[in-house]
Each structure stands twice: as structure tokens, then as C-alpha cells.
Write a protein that binds this ligand. Structure first.
Ligand SMILES: [Cu+2]
Length: 261
């Protein structure tokens, strides 16, 4: 009884609206159109899988409990039946096509790196990120982005703040509603640049340049992490993207450029 009570408590917690709102159980749609599409695709595939699971296990458990020899049922004799084999080939084939069509259209959009207004070269180092703005007049913007969480929080001598290990000294700044292309590479070992809320995750591989892009719909601070185990301080090289208005971006660019001179 106690187990049952605990189990129902867990279920209740999982499905409480509060948790759904925080997206701790499900993935987040994020703040980009592509992110929303990825989320919809994820939900579609999830429900297809739930339906398949319910039907297959439903029939299986029904048969095991009610369609038994002890209840007077005779074994079926459709062994090597061509029509049954055609049916169980065609149905999964149609389901797979139904999943592949929306998945392909989302993938095509994710890989459409054309017509970006800003290009940023992102280089992974053990254990920090370097950002270089490659576009025209912002050519000389170039900086490293280091973890800024104080040692005292890491060694538990002071209380940890809410962005513990997710804060940096110099964030990447990009304008809102602008297609930004990220060229991602690494200088030592393989890292991976991952900012879930802006729909970006790409491996940073020495000697290769991977491309990805984002067009963020809402101003704000978006946090991410290195997501490829890259050594002792893998958990200490977060990513902080500040999405700001066009005007703020222009001001930031100006300030950065005069800093470089
Ligand atoms: Cu790394």
C-alpha cells in the first residue's frame, strides 16, 4: 500500500502544472521558431510512440490474461500467412513515413545556414570559449568568455547563487530577431556548444568548422554549457548569450571596438 501511495505521489508531482511550467520533465520549446518546431516534432513522435505502446501492450496483456487455453481458446493458424505479413510490413512502413516527413522538413530548416546577418566564430578551449565576430565592421571584436562563479561558491564557503556554474565574465551578445550564424570549432579537444533555449547544439571539433544558426525571438539571457566531456573542468565552461535590441547591440559593438583599439 505504501509503495502505491509513494508511486501516486511521484505521478502527482510529475504531472503537477507547476513542474510542467518549469519544463523540468519535458523539453522546452525555447525562444526560436526552429526550437518550437523541434518541440512540436518531439511531441508528435512521442504521442505516436505512446499510441504504438498502448496498442501493442494492450493486445499483448489482453491475450495473456483473457485469450488463454484455460478459457477454451484454440491457437490461431495464420502461420506463414501472406496477408498478415503484408499488413505488419505496410503499417510500420506508413508510420515511419509519417514520422520521416515532418522530421525531414525540420532538419532541413535546422541546416539552412544561408543569409545570416552576423557570423560568429566560436572556439572551444580547455576550459573556456572564445568568440570572434567576423562580419565587416565588427571584425575586431574578439574575446574569451570565462566562468565567473566565485571559488568560494564552488568550495561551499558561501552560498551558491541561482546561476551557479552558468555565468561568465564576458557573454556573447547578439541582436533580437536576427539570423546569427555560429561557426564552431575547438583548439584542443572536442567540446560542444549547447544553448537549448535558442535551439543550438553543435560539436566543436579541432580542425573542423561546424555551422549552426539561431534567430532568437525574445530579448533575454540564455544559458548553456559545454556538452562534450572535455576534461577535468568540463563543467566549468558555461555559455551565456545575451539577446538584446538592435540599438543595444550597436552600442555594445561600439564599446567593444573602442576597447580593442
Ligand atoms: Cu568543453
Amino acid at each position: 500500500m505504501k509503495i502505491l501511495k509513494n508511486f501516486s505521489l511521484i505521478l502527482l508531482t510529475m504531472f503537477s502544472t507547476n513542474l510542467w511550467a518549469q519544463n523540468q520533465v519535458n523539453m522546452s520549446g525555447g525562444f526560436t521558431d526552429v526550437g518550437a518546431e523541434i518541440y512540436d516534432l518531439h511531441m508528435l513522435i512521442l504521442w505516436i510512440c505512446v499510441a504504438i505502446g498502448a496498442i501493442v501492450f494492450g493486445i499483448m496483456f489482453y491475450s495473456m490474461m483473457f485469450h488463454t487455453k484455460s478459457r477454451g481458446h484454440k491457437p490461431a493458424d495464420f502461420h506463414e500467412s501472406t496477408s498478415v505479413e503484408i499488413i505488419w510490413t505496410v503499417i510500420p512502413f506508413l508510420i515511419l513515413i509519417g514520422m520521416a516527413v515532418p522530421a525531414t522538413s525540420t532538419l532541413l530548416e535546422i541546416y539552412d545556414n544561408d543569409n545570416a546577418e552576423i557570423d560568429i566564430l566560436v572556439t572551444g578551449y580547455q576550459w573556456k570559449w572564445k568568440y570572434e565576430y567576423l562580419e565587416g565592421d565588427s571584425q575586431n571584436i574578439e574575446f574569451y568568455s570565462n566562468l565567473s562563479t566565485p571559488q568560494s561558491e564552488i568550495y561551499n564557503t558561501t552560498e551558491k547563487n541561482e546561476n551557479y556554474l552558468l555565468e561568465v565574465d564576458e557573454p556573447v551578445v547578439i541582436p533580437v530577431n536576427t539570423k546569427v550564424r555560429f561557426l564552431i570549432t575547438a583548439n584542443d579537444v572536442i567540446h560542444s556548444w549547447w544553448v537549448p533555449e535558442i535551439g543550438v547544439k553543435k560539436d566543436a571539433i579541432p580542425g573542423f568548422i561546424n555551422e549552426t544558426w539561431s534567430k532568437v525571438n525574445e530579448e533575454g539571457i540564455y544559458r548553456g554549457q559545454c556538452t562534450e566531456l572535455c576534461g577535468a573542468y568540463h563543467g566549468f565552461m558555461p555559455i551565456e548569450v545575451h539577446v538584446v535590441s538592435q540599438e543595444e547591440y550597436a552600442l555594445w559593438k561600439q564599446a567593444k571596438q573602442s576597447q580593442g583599439d
